[in-house]
Write a protein that binds this ligand. Structure first.
Ligand code: ADP
Length: 376
C-alpha cells in the first residue's frame, strides 16, 4: 500500500514514522528539495502543476495532503480518473475557502460567529455599523497562521484586500465576522474513514500568540461534561456533513457566556493534535493514514492526565536547534522533542515539544522550559 502525500512540510514528515510502523509506503510530492518531509520525497513538483500531480498520483494507491491548497480542478480530474483522493474535493473545498465553509456550517445549523460576505467597502461599513464598529475581516482563500486575518474598525482598513481581489481577475469577496468575545480557543480533532467510522480525541485548549498556535493543553482544562460533549457533537456533525475522510480539526471559540462557535476547519493533521504523538494511543498521523486507507481506526485515549505541547517558533538566535540539545535534553529528560528539520526564521514553526504527567502546572512548566532552552 502506497500513500501519496502532496506537500513536503512537517505534517507530511510526521506521517513518516507512523507509516514505517505500519509498514505502509509513504511517497511525498515535495515543493522543493530539502523540505521537512524530504526523507520520503519521491518527486519534486508544484502542487498547482496538473501534470506533476497526475504523474505523482499514478504511482500511489491513495492521495492525501500536507496542506489544503491543491486546486479543485486538479483534484476533480484525479477523482474522474479513478484516483482515491482523501479528503476528496467535495469536502476539501470547505477547508480551502472560508466563505464556502461559513455557508456550509450555517446550512448545517452549526454555531458560528455572525458573518457576512463583503464585496465592497460599503458592505463592510454596513457590517461594522451593525456590530459596534468592530469586525474581523478575512481573505476567503490562502490564509494561514493569522495571515489573511485582520481586526478592523473602519471600512477603508480592508481597501488593499478589496483592490487585490479586484486585480486578481477572479472577482472574489472577503469574509467579515463579528469580533468574538471569547474566553479561550479550543480544538476538537476527529478522524473519519470512507466507510463511515468516526473517532474523536479529547477536546484540547489552544493558545495563540499573534495569530500563531503557541501551546496546546490536552485535555482542555475544565471541559469535562457539557463543553466536551458539545464540541464532539459539533465535530461529528461537521465530519458527516461535509463527508471528510482523514483527520479533521474543528477550531472553536468558547465565548465568555459559555457558548461554542466554530472558527475554522482543517482537513489534515493539525497543530492542535501534535500532542497525540506522545500522549495518545493513536497519534493523529497514524490515524490519518489508517483513515485514508479505510482501515479500522485506533483508540484515542490519553497516556497521561495532561499533555502539553509547546511550539518551537523561530529558533535559536544563533546556531541550530541541535546545538541546544545537550543543555535542553539534559535538563528535561521527560520531554519529547520534535525537530522538523527546517531552517530557523523569525516566527517559523520549526519544531515542538510535548510533556505529559499528572499535575498540569508541572507539565506546562516542563514543556515551556524545554522549548525556551531550545531557542535560547
Ligand atoms: P488562520 O486561517 O490564519 O488560522 P483563523 O481564522 O483561524 O485564521 O484566525 C486566526 C486567529 O485570529 C484565531 O485563532 C483567533 O485568535 C483570531 N480570530 C479569528 N477570527 C476571529 C473572530 N471572529 N473573533 C475574534 N478573534 C478571531
Amino acid at each position: 500500500m502506497i500513500v501519496g502525500v502532496i506537500g513536503g512540510g512537517q505534517l507530511a514528515r510526521m506521517m513518516i514514522p507512523a507509516a514505517v510502523e505500519l509498514g505502509i509506503e509513504l511517497h511525498v510530492l515535495a515543493e522543493a528539495e530539502g523540505m521537512s518531509a524530504g526523507l520520503a520525497a519521491v518527486a519534486v513538483g508544484d502542487y498547482r502543476d496538473r501534470d506533476a500531480v497526475l504523474a505523482f498520483a499514478d504511482t500511489v494507491d491513495v492521495v492525501t495532503f500536507d496542506h489544503e491548497h491543491v486546486p479543485q480542478e486538479i483534484l476533480r480530474e484525479l477523482v474522474s480518473r479513478g484516483v482515491a483522493v482523501h479528503p476528496g474535493p467535495d469536502a476539501l473545498q470547505y477547508a480551502q475557502d472560508k466563505l464556502l465553509m461559513r455557508e456550509k456550517l450555517a446550512s448545517l445549523g452549526l454555531p458560528v460567529p455572525d458573518w457576512a460576505r463583503a464585496s465592497s467597502a460599503d458592505e463592510l461599513a454596513d457590517f461594522l455599523d451593525d456590530h459596534g464598529g468592530r469586525a474581523v475581516v478575512k481573505t476567503a482563500r490562502g490564509g494561514y497562521d493569522g495571515k489573511g486575518v485582520r481586526v478592523v474598525r473602519a471600512a477603508h482598513e480592508a481597501d488593499d484586500w478589496f483592490t487585490a481581489l479586484a486585480e486578481d481577475g477572479n472577482g472574489g469577496d472577503l469574509l467579515v465576522e463579528e469580533l468574538v468575545d471569547f474566553s479561550r480557543e479550543l480544538a476538537q480533532l476527529v478522524a473519519r474513514r470512507p466507510s463511515g467510522e468516526v473517532v474523536a480525541w479529547p477536546l484540547v485548549e489552544t493558545v495563540q500568540k499573534e495569530g500563531v498556535c503557541a501551546e496546546v493543553i490536552a485535555p482542555a482544562p475544565h471541559s469535562a461534561g457539557r463543553i466536551a460533549d458539545l464540541a464532539a457533537d459539533i465535530a461529528f456533525a461537521v465530519a458527516e456533513g461535509v463527508g471528510v475522510t482523514g483527520v479533521l480539526a474543528v477550531e472553536l471559540f468558547q465565548t465568555t457566556d459559555g457558548r461554542l462557535l466554530v472558527n475554522e476547519l482543517a482537513m489534515r493533521p493539525h497543530n492542535s493534535g501534535h500532542w497525540s504523538i506522545d500522549g495518545s494511543t493513536t497519534s493523529q498521523f497514524e490515524q490519518h493514514l489508517r483513515a485514508v486507507l479505510d482501515l479500522p481506526l485506533g483508540a484515542t485515549g490519553c497516556h497521561d492526565d495532561w499533555s502539553v505541547m509547546v511550539n518551537i517558533l523561530g529558533g535559536p538566535t544563533s546556531g541550530s536547534l541541535e546545538d541546544r540539545y545537550p543543555a535542553a535534553l539534559a535538563a528535561h529528560p521527560l520531554v519529547k522533542v520534535h525537530n522538523y528539520g527546517k531552517s530557523p526564521r523569525p516566527g517559523r514553526k520549526i519544531g515542538h515539544v510535548t510533556a505529559g504527567g499528572t499535575e498540569l502546572d508541572d507539565v506546562s512548566y516542563e514543556a515551556r522550559a524545554a522549548a525556551a532552552l531550545l531557542v535560547e
